[in-house]
Ligand binder design. Structure first.
Ligand code: 5GP
Ligand code: ZN
Length: 113
């Protein structure tokens, strides 16, 4: 999508700290980190949210596999981590391009705010 922030980051029109990239998935450091490790994992293809991913599309699986790899890379497997998808207004989604937050490196409270 032309004006979507994360599409523009995926097209390298806007700089970001890329920590992982393949043909379909991009992972970047969050610009406003909420934990020592705070990475955003997103599809290069635009989906507004998890609600618009068609049945049979394996992008969610691909994102989770990348999350596992990044948890290893950032050394948060043993301590534990959280993989979060905010969906919709009350779910806290502010960027309307599907993404997951990988958070770790501190004690994460439950329930989230
Ligand atoms: P959401 O609130 O939609 O679940 O998450 C959006 C996330 O994107 C927020 O954690 C926010 O800090 C992050 N973010 C917003 N703009 C930018 C940006 O330009 N670059 C990066 N790397 N992260 C951003
Ligand atoms: Zn987009």
């Amino acid at each position: 999508m032309e004006d979507c922030l994360f599409c523009r980051i995926a097209r390298k029109e806007i700089p970001a700290q890329i920590v992982y990239e393949d043909d379909v998935v991009l992972a970047i450091k969050d610009i406003n980190p909420q934990a020592p490790v705070h990475v955003l994992i997103l599809p290069k293809e635009h989906f507004d949210s998890i609600l618009t991913v068609p049945a049979g599309n394996d992008i969610i699986s691909s994102i989770h596999i990348v999350a596992n790899r990044l948890a290893l890379k950032f050394g948060i497997v043993d301590s534990g981590f959280r993989l979060v998808n905010n969906c919709g207004e009350q779910g806290g989604q502010t960027v309307l391009h599907l993404h997951y937050h990988l958070l770790g490196g501190r004690n994460l409270n439950w329930p989230p705010g």
